[in-house]
Design a protein around this ligand. Structure first.
Ligand code: DPN
Ligand code: ZN
Length: 316
């Protein structure tokens, strides 16, 4: 279905390019800038497989993937292995927090434009200590991972540079992302054109929130959801509460999406999103029950494709 729609859009695009060519004459038509290629459809089954891996990692390590616990480092190792095999240049950045070592995983895509103009995409990989953290934030981490792997599979050569990151110790106060931003010089910070953040994208009683930040970035997401007939909202809940804040504070343009945490869905939202009014977006938020069963697969699918859409659009 999704494939078909994309093909139709492509056909319309090429028909209008042909029309432009016949109106303007062949010489002028050659100057028409080709549209950026559409992002591929990301397989939600692959994202679910990654989530199952993260669930197993938690189970093998005392039930969580929290900062300072073995399940966190094992999560980093799992993601890194996949990126290395796909051709990314990966780096594990260490930091100290609360008497233990924390880790960020940073992965640069070697093809495409200069790193002087970089689009960065990140998600926190740590859970709280009470559970496996599969929606918060296995969902964002697995979604970003599959988009990165799609970039590799498509051998994408974007005009900007693409860098992906998985942060440590977000749950302890955005610690990993802050330590990354602080490790950059002013000049290096300026090279980050945009930072996109994905923290909770598959909440069971899903909302479709777009971060209330840069208008042009918001439009990229809003256009995507509109094409799927999904109404979006902006959420005051998001402000400053995830790793994009570390970038925003340093003056970087930011954006992202969010399916809701512990707050309650309103009547109006329940109607537009086919959800349950008066119930939390994620009733297992920061609890033991945030496990593999705490995932709304439709939200996971739509939101992961939304990450891909934004990556393709903003890096082209
Ligand atoms: N990471 C969670 C938190 O910091 O509470 C969930 C969250 C993500 C909340 C994004 C708001 C926005
Ligand atoms: Zn989170």
């Amino acid at each position: 279905m999704i494939r078909k729609e994309k093909r139709r859009i492509l056909l319309v695009a090429s028909a209008s390019t042909a029309l432009a060519a016949s109106l303007l004459g062949a010489g002028a038509a050659q100057a028409v800038k080709p549209e950026a290629a559409a992002a591929p459809d990301i397989s939600v089954d692959s994202v679910q497989k990654d989530l199952k891996e993260l669930q197993s990692v938690a189970e093998a390590n005392g039930g969580n993937r929290a900062h300072g616990e073995p399940g966190f480092k094992a999560s980093i190792d799992f993601i890194k292995k996949k990126l290395d095999a796909a051709g990314f240049k990966t780096k594990v950045q260490e930091f100290d927090h609360g008497g233990t070592t924390g880790y960020n995983l940073v992965a640069d895509w070697p093809k495409g434009g200069s790193a002087d103009n970089t689009v960065m995409v990140g998600s926190h990989l740590d859970s709280v200590s009470d559970g496996a953290g599969i929606n918060d934030n296995g969902s964002g981490s697995a979604g970003v991972l599959e988009v990165a792997l799609a970039v590799a599979k498509e051998k994408l050569e974007p005009s900007k540079h693409l860098r992906f990151a998985w942060w440590g110790a977000e749950e302890e106060g955005l610690v990993g992302s802050q330590s990354y931003v602080q490790s950059l010089s002013q000049d290096e910070v300026k090279k980050i054109n945009t930072y996109l953040n994905f923290d909770m994208i598959a909440s069971p009683n899903a909302g479709y929130f777009v971060y209330d930040d840069d208008a042009a970035v918001q439009k990229v997401f809003k256009d995507y959801y509109k094409s799927k007939d999904i109404t979006t909202a902006t959420s005051p809940e998001v402000q400053g509460r995830s790793d994009h804040a570390s970038f925003k504070d340093a003056g970087v343009t930011v954006g992202g999406t969010f399916s809701g945490a512990g707050e309650t869905m309103t009547e109006e939202q329940a109607k537009q999103w086919n959800g349950k009014a008066g119930e939390p977006y994620d009733s297992c938020y920061h609890s033991e029950c945030d496990d593999i069963s705490n995932i709304n697969e439709k939200a996971l699918d739509v939101n992961t494709d939304g990450i891909a859409h934004a990556v393709w659009e903003l890096s082209s």
